[in-house]
Design a protein around this ligand. Sequence first.
Ligand code: FMN
Length: 187
Amino acid sequence: MKNTLIIVAHPRTQSLTMALANSYKEAAIKAGNHVEFLDLYRCEKQQPFFTFEKANALDQTEEMSYFQAQIGKADEIVFFFPYWWGSMPAILKNYLDWNLSKGFAFTYENGRPKGLLQGKNVKIFTTTGAPKFIYTLTGANRRLKNMFKEQIVNFCGMKLEQCNIYGGVDTSGKNVEKILSDVPTRI
Ligand SMILES: Cc1cc2nc3c(=O)[nH]c(=O)nc-3n(C[C@H](O)[C@H](O)[C@H](O)COP(=O)(O)O)c2cc1C
């Protein structure tokens, strides 16, 4: 049995992003996975804007222990977020800043970084207002994928298994149906 941690970052429960996350959850449960669903905007544990005395020696907070325990148990971590300003919503970035801390997600050996979250796979699902062909041509989709892959996933020793970037979501109702039906095939 696979442990799946779904992490959603969207302010509205009635959003396409939330619908995609729920669709993945349903399909993952059907496939026999054990699923944890973390809705960052509505979780009872909230973390203030990231702050520190020493970035690489954070005081361990109760919230960090809670979120890191979820990450620790997961075989796969699946992110759902809308593409905002070429990146992710700030609440998700804040979650990563706090919880992928040194000693938990990475360490240094002989002055070199070493990822500590080995064996975990990551999937990304995001939606852009811009049509896919434009963001493929301009390299915007590639930049997001590479940033996640190199700066976050690989750095922490994990593997990026999928990066699903759906385009043109504000303009076409038909497109939305297609995206929704694609998600369960990505389990
Ligand atoms: C703050 C903000 C920033 C955005 N930045 C971009 C962007 O850089 N590129 C883009 O294609 N769409 C951008 N959009 C549009 C969203 O990507 C789009 O509305 C979203 O993917 C739709 O999914 P949802 O219904 O789940 O919100 C932005 C939207 C917001 C609210």
